[in-house]
Every structure is written in structure tokens, then in C-alpha cells.
Design a protein around this ligand. Sequence first.
Ligand code: ZN
Length: 338
Amino acid sequence: MFETTVAGSLPKPAWLAEPEKLWAPWRLEGDDLERGKKDASLVWIKEQEAAGIDVVSGGEQFRVHFVHGFLEQIDGIDWQKKTKMGIRDNRYVVDVPTVTGPLSRKGPVHGDEVAFLRDHTDHKLKFTLPGPMTICDTIADEHYGRRADMAMAFAELLNAEAKELEAKGADLIQFDEPAFNVFMDDVKEWGVDALQKAREGLACTTAVHICYGYGIQANLDWKETLGSEWRQYEEIFPALNASNIDQVSLECANSKVPLSLLGLLKDKDLMVGAIDVASLEIETPEKVAQTIRDAMQFVSAEQIKPCTNCGLAPLPRDVAAGKLRALGAGAELARQQL
Ligand code: ZN
């Protein structure tokens, strides 16, 4: 009951990358960097286990960016050809690489990482991949012409990758789709189809993570424009409930999402975000338990997997560790209260 997990990223130690900065460059290089990524993953596996987190991850210590970490191993992308693009509906303007030819994997991307993590924990292991729609919103296209077509091409590559990660010991593969909260019509038209293609044929548990982003200024400003009730989930949950994805990770802590919307996912398990990633304040176990109880008004206790709203990467390391412990303790409290 109340199996806990973390949405995705965790902070990099200061010796590995500049702290409290999203997408910070590495501070090591060569063999030292490769060793450093592994050591940092071990730190977070230990922290998660000690905090009572049931389904652990490596905290994305092996990559700088949650999308580009995968794209770097894909042929058909020109990294020199940077295009200035407003992504997530112009929430951020960034230089993105450009798809200039048919997409294919150069080879396995994250397999060695999963094998390493598998060797170092007996807990269930989770690994995150970017979802096809979010990839398409983080790269320019000069080859496919239609976003939906490019998404299907990425979905095929993700599917091949996910099957390898499952074979290396991943128990749960999560696709990150923050773009689902932005392009709701596209989600219904082709986003869920692409996601299902990425998931096809997997025997492990699968999840999709749909959040309102890291606690960085651009996201806080965007949230200000969303009004007093955030109803984006309402448009996409019916399609997700009908999909082959097992779990949906969503934002509930300190959020303006009406929790009644959880009721639209009656056939899914829900990773209920009970930790706010936009605040430095560490939740009390009671507060976490309260968020779980609030969710239980709309879904059954069996469906609930307490989680964080989003990744914790930009937070100070000690704050992130404290929030992990609050999540573990809060879930335990909710179990006892039940
Ligand atoms: Zn997120």
C-alpha cells in the first residue's frame, strides 16, 4: 500500500556539476566524469532507500538534460544546426538541435546505466525516458514535416530502447510528457498514440509523468497565467485512462489542480505528487499524509503511489534529501492511519 517513488531527477552533488542549477555543465571530464556519475547515483540510491522510498531511481545523474541525454545517441539530428525555438508554447525560448534526416538509434543509449543501477539495489528500479511529444517540442524539424510523424518515429526508437532497459532489469519505465499539459488537442489527436507505441510490448510497469514543471521562474510565471483552477488534466485524462499506460504521475502538492480530476483515471495507478518541487520548505510527514488522504476522496487507496510533483534537480541537495525522507515518512504515516 502507498508504494513510494520519485518523479525523476535528483540534484547533482557539487563535485559533479554546479549545484542548484538546472542543466548545469559537468565539473569532471573523461574517466573521472564517468566514475563520478556512477558515484552520484549510488549516493541517491542510498538516500532513497534510507528514506523509505520503495521504487528507486538513479536520479538522472548520468545526463545533463532529460531530453537531450537520449537525443545525443540518435542519428538524423544535426547538433550544429541550432534553431531558436519557443518551447512548451513559448514558455521558454531556447536553442534546440534540428532533425535533418531519418531518425535511428546509434545503439543502446541507457542500457549500461540501468545495468549498473540494477547491480546496486534490491529495490524495484525505475528509469525515466522523455516522451515522444515532449521530445518533438524540444527539437526543430526539417525532415518529417508533421510533428505527429516525427513523434511516431521517436516512439519507435523509444520502444526499442525501453525493451532493452527492461531486459537490463528496469521494473518501471516512465515517459516524461510535460508537453501533455500544454498541447491538449495534440495529445488527443496523436500524443497518446505515440506514447502507446513507445510502450508497446513491454512487460514491465509503465508510467507517464505529466507535471507543471520544475520550480524555476519561467514555470512559476506560467502558472500565474493558468487561473485559480488548473484543469489541463481534465482534457487529457480520459484518453490516458483508455490507454495501455499503467500509471500516471501528476502534480497534487500545493497545486491548483482540482483533485476531483483524479477520478477520471479510475483504471490507472496514480503517482500522486505529494512533494512540492517549487518550495525549499521540507514538508512534514503529516502534510504528505494529508495530500494522500485528499487524493483518497477521489480514488481508492490501492491506486495511490505517493511521489514528488516533478524532479528535484534544481533544489539544494540537503533539501531534496529532506523531502525524500518526508515522502517516505508521510506514506508510512498514511499507512498507519489507514
Ligand atoms: Zn516534471
